[in-house]
Design a protein around this ligand. Structure first.
Ligand code: SF4
Length: 486
């Protein structure tokens, strides 16, 4: 095929940088020139580590030789040697062409210069951006005079239930990759321009900031957007970008003709008046559903890319911790549980939970599908708990629905999440100052805690996790108190 830069190289371009360049030139520029901006958040690092573990397991499906990752010159030479020696499967096979370096997760060598490429992904489905990832690999391999017969994705099987069935599915994406090949010359031209520039490109924010993945540079690039803006209007979708293009950012700049959909109106009205919009009769009848004693319940979970416990699937939310505040006759009690080893947490979790929930009274959660979904999964895996779990689910009352349907305040910034609602409704209660302040970090810290031997560090993380989950349920107690006073 006709390669565009046989004389002009693009030094330092890798497949991940190529994909970043397709998302946004500014993102690519910073990836290359300011790597310090990209220190991953604990949850992103946790997901990355899980993906790596899945990738290592996937290569065990094949017999092959592994090429050392560094240094590059050695990886390239060893790949060439393995191909020349006719090795059938080569892991992390390294190739370079026009300064673009790629590592093929699994290279299947058919001999006579014919190969297949297999890209391993820990996702449970094929995603559009995977085709670009495979396409740039094929481009570099063809530049090395290899013929890529097929391009595959080896991804996790969403229907896998541990330990039965294949954990990975091999999907032939050759035609989708074929369709991307024609775009590569033009893409590389644009990327070369970015990488040769002395200054960052003047790329404005846009839908690309969240597509295909949420960009880690949003904090910097979105600085000019005020805390409360058109981007906070619930479900404004592509319309917000139309407004942005016209220079409309603040709610007050919206044209008179824009009235918003019925579900956006309370938010817009609250922005206009600066006051909460409360449907008092609706709120009253929602609160009237509550039956004493009241239990406030919250779960924390762990997601394992590679399932470790019977009947679980890849990335399943495994319940590992609960917090319950019980309000009986005006007296508040707190109970909690955390599973602190790597064994199956589900039975100790559900046994301890059922013990504290009693037989009657409302069970208040924040966003019921999460808690009821986890309970359903346990009932499916352990039918001996089905009857008792069904009774618990029937008592669940969702506090989030109050804010979704009856109580809107512009200071929630268009969200109904507990983390946005709490500081407005109960400003005296805060996650600030806790070691763990949100769910993603809690999961990453939990995974670290169970991997540690007994000792001070393990206890410290355990206590931080208990404090965090306890505040989630205490927050619901305090919010309910305020709602009753409205
Ligand atoms: S936040 Fe948006 S504009 Fe900024 S680098 Fe990321 S994708 Fe590009």
């Amino acid at each position: 095929m006709d390669h565009p830069f046989s004389e002009t190289e693009i030094p330092g371009l890798s497949k991940s940088r190529y994909v970043a360049g397709l998302q946004c030139p500014l993102l690519l520029y910073h990836k290359v020139n300011s790597p310090a901006l990209f220190s991953p958040e604990p949850f992103a690092q946790y997901q990355f580590d899980q993906g790596k573990a899945a990738g290592r397991l996937a290569t065990k499906l094949y017999e092959g030789v592994r090429i050392p990752e560094f240094p590059l010159e050695e990886s390239l030479a060893k790949t060439k040697k393995a191909l020349d020696e006719g090795k059938e499967n080569i892991f992390e096979a390294a190739f370079s062409f026009q300064g673009i370096h790629v590592k093929v997760d699994i290279l299947v060598n058919h001999g006579d210069g014919h190969v297949d490429i297999i890209e391993v992904k820990s996702s449970t489905k094929v995603k559009d951006q995977h085709f670009d990832d495979l396409a740039i690999q094929r481009f570099v391999l063809e530049g090395n005079d290899l013929s890529v017969d097929s391009a595959f994705l080896l991804h996790m099987n969403p229907d896998y239930r541990h330990p039965d069935g294949p954990l990975f599915l091999l999907s032939d994406e050759s035609s989708a990759v074929d369709a991307r090949m024609k775009d590569i010359p033009e893409n590389l031209r644009a990327i070369r321009k970015v990488l040769r520039a002395k200054e960052p490109p003047k790329t404005d924010i846009g839908p690309h900031c969240g597509k295909p993945d949420d960009c880690p540079l949003k904090k910097q690039c979105w600085k000019h957007i005020p805390e409360l803006s058109i981007f906070n209007i619930p479900n404004l979708r592509s319309e917000k970008w139309e407004f942005y293009k016209q220079g409309i950012v603040e709610i007050g700049q919206l044209p008179d003709w824009f009235k918003g959909k019925p579900y956006q109106k309370p938010f817009l009205d609250s922005c206009k008046t600066g006051k909460p919009i409360i449907d008092k009769p609706g709120l009253k009848s929602k609160l009237a559903e509550l039956k004493e004693p009241l239990y406030f319940m919250d779960f924390e979970t762990l997601m394992l890319a590679v399932p470790a416990h019977a009947g679980t699937k890849p990335w399943q939310q495994l319940t590992v911790q609960w917090s319950v505040h019980a309000l009986k006759n005006g007296k508040l009690e707190h109970r909690e549980f955390i599973h602190d080893s790597a064994g199956d947490p589900r039975i100790p979790f559900i046994e301890s939970l059922l013990e504290v929930l009693g037989d009657s009274g409302s069970i208040i959660v924040y966003s019921a599908p999460f808690e009821t979904g986890r309970l359903e999964e346990i009932a499916e895996a352990f039918p001996q708990y089905r009857e008792r779990i069904d009774k618990v689910i029937a008592r669940v009352w969702d506090q989030l629905l109050v804010f979704k349907n009856h109580y809107c305040d512009s200071r929630f910034k268009g969200s109904n999440s507990l983390k946005k609602v709490l500081p407005v409704i109960v400003p005296e209660l805060s996650y600030k100052g806790l070691d763990v302040q949100e769910g993603g970090t809690a999961m990453a810290e939990y995974a670290r805690m169970v991997s540690l031997p007994a000792g001070k560090e393990k206890d410290k993380i355990k206590n931080s996790l208990l404090e965090y989950c306890k505040l989630d349920t205490l927050a619901m107690v305090e919010i309910l108190g305020k709602l009753k006073g409205v």
